[in-house]
Design a protein around this ligand. Structure first.
Ligand SMILES: [Zn+2]
Length: 192
């Protein structure tokens, strides 16, 4: 099975709960959209925060909207080393028993008890695309990147939702290891 597919690289970012967004950015703050992302309804906001642990800090952590039920910070293993923490590899939303940190925004600070993850590599698609490719929510794929640094990534978890659009998401560590420069590139599904 060979299917060309778009690969996008997610830089470090966070999702904020309403309560935390108000503490960090101000009361009744509304996130300002600077760029819609490939997944319908998701957007890069104008806001960034700093994530601080006892071991170090990361600045310019982009807030990705919309507001979510729980605050979550997605970083790379390289960035985890800078913070001297050891977050697990998890799918978005699965933050139980993950490390916390101090989050610092333009208007305040919040101590989160948990919420820092390294994102599990994944493939987004809507039900029609899943059907066409014979994919099911939760299954794992191998995806090969194309080009001079071609690499096959295993354990790419399929996520099917109505608002999703076909795209593989890797983090910047994975992207730098496996793709030509740029935030968007091509690969192919080599096993399903
Ligand atoms: Zn994604």
């Amino acid at each position: 099975m060979k299917n060309k597919i778009k690969i996008e690289i997610s830089a470090r970012h966070c999702h904020l709960s309403d309560q935390d967004a108000q503490k960090l950015l101000g009361k009744n703050y509304k996130l300002k959209v600077i760029k819609p992302l490939s997944q319908l309804g998701e957007f890069a906001s104008q806001e960034t925060i700093t994530v601080k642990t006892k071991g170090g800090q990361l600045t310019n952590v982009r807030v990705v909207g919309p507001i979510r039920p729980k605050t979550q910070v997605e970083i790379t293993l390289t960035e985890a080393r800078k913070l001297k923490i050891n977050p697990p590899i998890r799918l978005s939303g699965d933050i139980e028993k993950t490390p916390g940190a101090m989050l610092i925004g333009s208007k305040g600070k919040v101590n989160i008890k948990e919420g820092i993850i390294i994102a599990q590599r994944h493939l987004h698609c809507n039900p029609a695309q899943a059907n066409k490719l014979g994919l099911q929510d939760g299954q794992s794929l191998a995806v090969k990147t194309l080009g001079a640094r071609s690499v096959t990534f295993h354990n790419v978890v399929v996520r099917v939702k109505k608002n999703f659009d076909l795209s593989v998401h890797l983090d910047t560590d994975e992207g730098n290891a496996a793709l030509p420069a740029g935030i968007c590139s091509q690969g192919e599904i080599i096993s399903a």
